[in-house]
Design a protein around this ligand. Structure first.
Ligand code: PRX
Length: 568
């Protein structure tokens, strides 16, 4: 029997109070995610239960931690930060690979009431700068190998007082603002004064990219736990003896909501792998740890498909009980393939950094329609909004923007330092997702596409604006326009069109140089996979670059109205 049981019954009798009761939380009381994910589980008698099985680059690099360990280590990190002078609501960035310090650090930050700002460790200096600058971050916890990126931008970050290094070799001297913290040498600590955060106390700041402007810091609060706990239980169907694997990095929201908070608030054992993707090593990982529930992403699934069916047969994957996916469209073929090779489909789920928790999903026990994102989570009111009026459309199968009634616990509270943009996310009282979809007569959502120019490459959002701005900083580039182009595995990849400054000639060598420049400055994800040289970019008469035209060209679509196009 699945945790959710009958979906229809759950919808009929739904109240978030169920999660509040199970978590023994009452309105107005203290609610601290750090405490819920470690101390409470220990108090429930699971102190010696495995919380984390961690693997580094090779299987030999393995570490295991119980719930008592994560309680102790998060206490140690919390106490260290407090000693440094970190206070409630200060922003503390986590800039690390998927090492244990990242996971326990997040809980430690939350325990002392500070705000955790996890950032993907492959970010280059400019991506890092705009996010630390926007949040006026006070401390960053990182590994030695990432420190040089921080020093490059340190002059421009007066609020960043501490660079906390978790793996500093003893013989290396420290530079300006650097501090050493060695978690294992410090040892777990039994005691920490946990800050009495309340429902609306800020918890996390996750950055996400839009079409225009700089990335936005999505502010979440401790009350988000209520949604994350219940969606993990009902959608991912986690049970006490499960071994769970969420493949997402906590630099992105899936890696925190469902790679830390959800499973640990339920007292579930999870595995983490800090090695990159390869079909072989992923199957081995599942086999070795007897993974039962697996939450991954379409790009990874498509890469596994490409690796072939024979590879699957080399491993014993019979432990797998439930599979789920998120982040980008999960094509029907991938669901059908999964059924064929794993004996069960991937259950698609849909949500956003802003929503904080799963909004639409295929639930265990529900009929899966391959290619559909599923139905709204109980308690979530979703609609399709008419393009012209912004009002809900009542007939099925009509396309429009997905809108939600803004009333679930994990919803973002604002964009950091950017309330005006937050307010623009609403129309007629509905939260606008920016995604287009239809709903069929059975209530299933069918994703159509985004309503803006944001590129979703392998499940990661990339802002064309950010890439265009970074391109302009390259000495050879005069003008730039960035769009997506189709890709078999990643669905979309970044493509740039540039015009060159006098004195520069188009060449393959220059293309590689520019690509590398973006990879270092922003990230490997934002790096254009192709750069096309143009003599002139298509612009409107008012001088605005017409990305739409370039996009249509890449996707072989109708170009549409070009009446505003600049004459030759
Ligand atoms: O466009 C939708 C797409 O990813 C966007 C949210 O990205 P982000 O904030 O980075 O969060 C990703 C993980 C929650 C959405 O606006 N998206 C997410 N899930 C799906 C999806 N597109 C199609 N199908 C999905 N299941």
């Amino acid at each position: 029997m699945s945790n959710i049981g009958s979906y229809d019954e759950r919808v009929k009798n739904f109240s978030w109070k169920q999660a509040e009761n199970e978590l023994e939380y009452k309105e107005g009381q203290i609610i601290n995610i750090g405490w819920y994910c470690s101390d409470r589980i220990c108090e429930m008698g699971k102190a010696d239960k495995l919380a984390l099985i961690w693997e580094g680059r090779t299987p030999e690099q393995q570490k295991k931690f119980t719930f008592n360990d994560i309680r102790g280590y998060s206490n140690t990190i919390g106490a260290f930060l407090h000693e440094l002078g970190i206070r409630p609501e200060d922003r503390v960035c986590l800039f690390m690979d998927k090492i244990p310090e990242l996971y326990f650090g997040l809980l430690g930050i939350l325990k002392i009431g500070a705000i955790a700002q996890p950032l993907f460790s492959a970010f280059g200096d400019e991506s890092l700068f705009v996010r630390l600058d926007n949040a006026s971050t006070r401390a960053i916890i990182t590994q030695r190998k990432h420190v040089s990126k921080i020093h490059k931008i340190l002059d421009r970050l007066p609020d960043l007082e501490f660079i906390i290094i978790v793996d500093q070799p003893e013989n290396k001297s420290l530079k300006e603002r650097e501090v050493v913290f060695n978690m294992e040498a410090s040892g777990p600590s039994d005691h920490l004064d946990i800050y009495p955060t309340k429902a609306e106390s800020p918890s996390l700041l996750h950055y996400t990219s839009g079409t225009t402007g700089q990335p936005k810091g999505v502010k979440h609060v401790h009350y988000s736990l209520i949604s994350q706990y219940l969606t993990t239980k009902w959608v991912l169907d986690l049970k006490d003896d499960d071994i769970y694997w969420c493949t997402a990095d906590p630099g992105w929201v899936t890696g925190t909501s469902y790679g830390i908070i959800g499973p640990w608030s339920l007292g579930i054992t999870q595995c983490v792998s800090d090695s990159g993707f390869s079909a072989d090593s992923w199957y081995q990982f599942i086999d070795r740890h007897r993974v039962t529930v697996w939450y991954s992403a379409p790009t990874a699934i498509r890469s596994l498909m490409k690796a072939g069916d024979d590879l699957v047969k080399k491993y014993d994957l019979s432990s797998l009980r439930h599979l789920a996916s998120v982040g980008e469209p999960l094509n029907a073929e991938a669901v059908i393939w999964s059924q064929k090779v794993f004996g069960k489909p991937f259950y698609d789920t849909y949500w956003q950094t802003e929503t904080g928790s799963i909004m639409i999903g295929n639930f265990p026990g529900m009929k899966v329609k391959p290619g559909s994102m599923g139905k709204t989570f109980p308690g979530i009111t979703g609609v399709i909004l008419d393009d012209a009026t912004g009002e809900p459309i009542s007939e099925p199968n009509k396309s429009g923007l997905i809108g939600f009634k803004y009333d679930w616990p994990a919803r973002m509270r604002t964009y950091w330092n950017n309330e005006a943009t937050f307010q623009k996310k609403f129309k007629n009282g509905w939260y606008l997702t920016g995604d287009k979809s239809t709903i069929d007569p059975d209530g299933y959502y069918w994703f159509i596409g985004r309503d803006d120019d944001v590129i979703n490459t392998g499940g990661h959002l990339v802002s064309p604006f950010e890439v265009e701005s970074a391109l302009l900083e390259h000495e050879a580039v005069a003008e730039s326009a960035v769009v997506s182009k189709p890709d078999e595995v990643n669905m979309e990849v970044v493509k740039a069109f540039v015009t060159l400054n006098p004195g520069y000639e188009p060449s393959e060598e220059l293309e590689l140089k520019i690509m590398n420049f973006i990879r270092k400055k922003l990230s490997p994800l934002a790096m254009p996979q192709e750069i096309e040289y143009l003599d002139k970019l298509p612009k409107t008469r008012s001088g605005k670059i017409m990305r739409r035209l370039l996009h249509a060209q890449e996707w072989g679509e109708e170009i549409g109205d070009v009446s505003t196009l600049e004459d030759d």
